[in-house]
Design a protein around this ligand. Sequence first.
Ligand SMILES: *[C@@H]1O[C@H](CO)[C@@H](O)[C@H](O)[C@H]1NC(C)=O
Ligand SMILES: *[C@@H]1O[C@H](CO)[C@@H](O)[C@H](O)[C@H]1NC(C)=O
Length: 353
Amino acid sequence: MYWLGALSFVAAVQAQGFSMNMLRFGCSQAVIDRIDPLVEPGMLPSSHVHQVVGGNAFNATMPSGPNADISKLATCTSCSFSEDFSNYWTANVYFRARNGTYKRVPQMVNDQIGAANAGITVYYTAPGPKTVTAFKPGFRMFSGDSSRRTSPGFGKNMQSCFRCYTGANFGGNTYAPCQDPQRDTETFPKQPCPGGIRSSVIFPICWDGKNLDSPSHTEHIAHPVSGPAQFAVVGAQCPSSHPVKIPQVHYEIVWDTRQFNNKADWPTDGSQPFVLSNGDTTGYGQHGDYVFGWEGDRLQHAMDNRCFGPTCNGLKTQTFDKANQCTVKSVVNEDTDGWLEALPGMAEHPMKK
Ligand SMILES: *[C@@H]1O[C@H](CO)[C@@H](O)[C@H](O)[C@H]1NC(C)=O
Ligand SMILES: *[C@@H]1O[C@H](CO)[C@@H](O)[C@H](O)[C@H]1NC(C)=O
């Protein structure tokens, strides 16, 4: 029920006659760990905690390049499409109590699509059949900037945002994520959110057509000239440097902040108490990591046919009972879940003088 808004948005889009291809499916949590094979390969531990979903080939170091077919390395996936062994991950959200200790904020179950162990709801969209080129083995990318603490200036079309769910139906709006000027912000909501806080991270939809990756994992991809585009809008123009349209990847995570809504535990100066695991108290540093791992031509197949939601003619799915059994063993031995004196990897609170 928490996700009704996204579906009513979809219904509104369909009613307007747009034809889009949109996979929208759940991936349960595979592991929470302080490793990052994309940005800090081999680092044990990496600089901050992540929540990770997808295939079980996830590790501190993962093979890269055109011969690195992740779908052949993984033996199971936590996603409901059982041929998708990609890995998807983001920073976690922590609550900082008035006494200065931290507690990890759990994630909500996306009960609309049946995920039993909430991780990420993943979207792949295209403006219509046969309009995009699916990723190739070895493809990886990054959206956002972990060190950012000010707005990137995308205006109304945000690349990353938070939405304050005002209740179980979170207001029943029909705006696309990161486009609702009333409810979407690039920063953490300032008020308690009775229905939790949704994070959305949107990846660019234009590719240089050559490189599977790039030094900062963002140079081989680009937003359309008009800026970040929601749901791969029809007619979006890619820059000439990045002429190839790729599926739009988009993550949604709902943080269950309900147990942290007691204002008596919030900072006395009136600021909000949530912080990303990278130490960012603003929210501008929200980011997403992606390592492609679909089997064979399955993603291209989905993008070339009119697929919608958590099923697609020709693609195999699995139950969440099965998906939830696919977990990855944490390799960094540390407490990420108790009441903590500091965020894992951070010596002290970033706001502390
Ligand atoms: C992860 O990497 C370590 C070190 O290279 C290795 O020992 C371990 O087996 C790997 N785990 C998986 C699940 O591949
Ligand atoms: C800090 O505050 C939280 C929330 O009220 C509480 O659960 C925790 O026990 C407190 N920790 C200490 C060390 O006082």
